[in-house]
Write a protein that binds this ligand. Structure first.
Ligand code: SAM
Length: 111
């Protein structure tokens, strides 16, 4: 179960939908990006499916919650696969400069 504070987010992704997208469009070990990650649902589900994952959100409070969801939902084997950071999706070349040319799937649900 995701942390109860997720109810405060107005635009949550359904975990089953995130899993389906990740499973259909990426492989184990691929790098998945959610550029507007909110609670972190997509990167949590990606890591649970053994993908590497990076989430970005412009609001500190959602990045904090996403990081806590990663800690809460993932085990010792999958937690190192996912990370989250504060950033503006309009500046992705800067925000995700360390992933340039290495992203296999972008799965984002914008506001
Ligand atoms: C529909 S929600 C995403 C929900 C997420 N998939 C989840 O499961 O919680 C959209 C998110 O985009 C973020 N956002 C809005 N503008 C943004 C921007 N320019 N850069 C990054 N994130 C942004 C919002 O803070 C919000 O958390």
């Amino acid at each position: 179960m995701y942390l109860p504070e997720c109810r405060e987010h107005p635009g949550k992704m359904l975990p089953d939908l995130a899993r389906r997208i990740v499973r259909c469009y990426s492989r184990r070990g691929d790098l998945v990006v959610d550029a507007m990650c909110g609670n972190g649902t997509t990167i949590v589900e990606a890591a649970r499916l053994h993908r590497r994952a990076v989430g970005v959100d412009v609001e500190d409070r959602w990045v904090d919650l996403a990081a806590r969801n990663l800690d809460h939902m993932l085990d010792d084997a999958t937690r190192p696969l996912a990370r989250v950071r504060v950033g503006d999706a309009r500046q992705l070349p800067d925000v995700l400069a360390d992933t340039t040319g290495r992203v296999d799937l972008v799965a984002t649900s914008p506001p």
